[in-house]
Design a protein around this ligand. Sequence first.
Ligand code: SF4
Length: 271
Amino acid sequence: MRPVRWLTPATGYLNGYTHTLNPYVGCAYGCSYCYVRRLPVALFRPEPWGEWAEGKRGDPASLKRELARAKAKGPVAVFFSSATDPYQPLEAKLRLTRGLLEAMAEAEAPPDFVLLQTRGPLVTRDIDVLQRLGGHVRVSMTVETDRDDVRRALTPTAPPLAARLRALRELAEAGVAVQAAVSPLLPHTPAFAEQLASSAPRVVLDDYFRGDGSSGRRSERLGMRETYARHGWSEWYTPQRMDELAEALRKRMPPEAVVVSAEGFAPPALS
Ligand code: SF4
């Protein structure tokens, strides 16, 4: 059996990243708007997307060797993860993501930047390792709405919203760089801007039109317009809603702390 390769060269919409890192295949969260559900990894499985997830079988410590090889060629920026959530429910037992973060922290050639993209409050378990990675890591916590009825309708098995906001505050208090990722923006209450501004020093906004990498076509193919109509939310299926939330946030936060679309997920310039 060939050993697992943790790092995959980044392509396409992940501008500025050299690699992606997916410790799991599949995802227990099964968001209705997830583009991965239309990729071969999901289509070739008999189970519906969202009902399966498996840890990759490999030694997280071998990431150190991969990092050394990659760093010999230049700066390394890792998007962790692009096709799953690194804090699956399974992660509580398997500790794969934790092992990979530890390998990064211990590596002689650590990555220059890691974006840890998750909706799992379990990330707070790893604050000690994140602190060791210091300025090389940013946790990007998905919080697409403050309405639990919306979460239950579109992402029923995803972690509670209040727990995600709490995790953001806990990480920030521990000195870990964080951002709230409102991605994609979902129907929310007028209190959402205030909740975001009081929980994270940086907020990234994205929607079905600017953030799906195909000017909204992937979201259309997933039937999101019809899903919104079914729930009586059609007035939310427009780019205007994101502009309104951005404006509300800029009244509460420094303008540079509110970042829109791809720029919000991009790594800092690496040298
Ligand atoms: S958590 Fe991410 S990878 Fe998992 S289903 Fe939701 S959008 Fe897809």
